[in-house]
Design a protein around this ligand. Structure first.
Ligand SMILES: *[C@@H]1O[C@H](CO)[C@@H](O)[C@H](O)[C@H]1NC(C)=O
Ligand SMILES: *[C@@H]1O[C@H](CO)[C@@H](O)[C@H](O)[C@H]1NC(C)=O
Ligand SMILES: *[C@@H]1O[C@H](CO)[C@@H](O)[C@H](O)[C@H]1NC(C)=O
Ligand SMILES: *[C@@H]1O[C@H](CO)[C@@H](O)[C@H](O)[C@H]1NC(C)=O
Length: 204
């Protein structure tokens, strides 16, 4: 038996089933998307999650994410929505497997080139992770081809000691380099560290 109730003003909605619930709440400063295990609070002025917890465990510390940025504008990099210009769309429904879900979409357009980026975050009832994807689009009749998609990244940037390893798939993982080798004078480039003086570190 499902108890499916749409939020009257779309300011807050709380959907429940016997399997769990989805809570999507819009406040002045943040958008909260949660189920009984995962909680995400996205800061509206930055279009970025600043709080993410699983079973009450903080996953971000003073970090942020997952959020999108790109190297795709004339001035270099751009994090859509981080200047308070994002347009938000909130959605909630039941999917083809009869599972409740809710989502947040941010959309932002880089004015001088008219290139747009949308970022999606979805959460289903009972799940312990977010589904994210990114959409990029551009339309200009007089200049149909816009050069310069340097990169497009979804970043998860926790800043707390909870995380110990990097993992991108079976057979491709490593322990994080020891913190004394990160940042400071070993910073070689943007988010790239010089580990030559740490040959004994497990990462190396
Ligand atoms: C939904 O989330 C909001 C924001 O965290 C919270 O204030 C509210 O109490 C939650 N609603 C329910 C029914 O738990
Ligand atoms: C990350 O955490 C350290 C230690 O708490 C703190 O000194 C530093 O300012 C934090 N960095 C960011 C970007 O929050
Ligand atoms: C379309 O491209 C032209 C040529 O680069 C540019 O001058 C114009 O501003 C662009 N239009 C928009 C809406 O960005
Ligand atoms: C800007 O792009 C949107 C689609 O993203 C398009 O509908 C609109 O016509 C474009 N504006 C101009 C002036 O080209």
């Amino acid at each position: 038996m499902r108890f499916f109730k749409r939020g009257v003003l779309a300011l807050a909605s709380f959907l429940t089933t016997t399997n769990g619930y989805i809570n999507l709440t819009d406040t002045e400063t943040s958008l909260v998307l949660s189920n009984d295990r995962l909680y995400m609070s996205l800061h509206k002025s930055q279009a970025t999650p600043l709080t993410l917890t699983l079973d009450g465990q903080d996953l971000l510390g003073t970090g942020k994410g997952p959020y999108v940025d790109c190297h795709c504008v004339p001035s270099g990099s751009w994090a859509p929505g981080n200047k308070g210009s994002a347009i938000y769309t909130l959605i909630q429904d039941i999917d083809s497997t009869n599972t409740l879900y809710a989502g947040i979409i941010t959309q932002d357009t880089y004015v001088s080139t008219n290139r747009s980026i949308e970022q999606y975050w979805f959460l289903r009832e009972g799940e312990t992770g977010l589904h994210t994807f990114t959409r990029v689009y551009y339309y200009n009749e007089s200049q149909p081809y816009l050069n310069g998609m340097g990169d497009l990244r979804t970043l998860f940037r926790p800043n707390l000691t909870l995380w110990t390893h990097l993992f991108s798939g079976e057979g491709n993982w490593a322990p994080l380099p020891a913190s004394e080798f990160l940042g400071g004078d070993t910073d070689a480039q943007d988010a790239t560290w010089d580990l030559r003086r740490s040959q004994d570190d497990a990462y190396v």
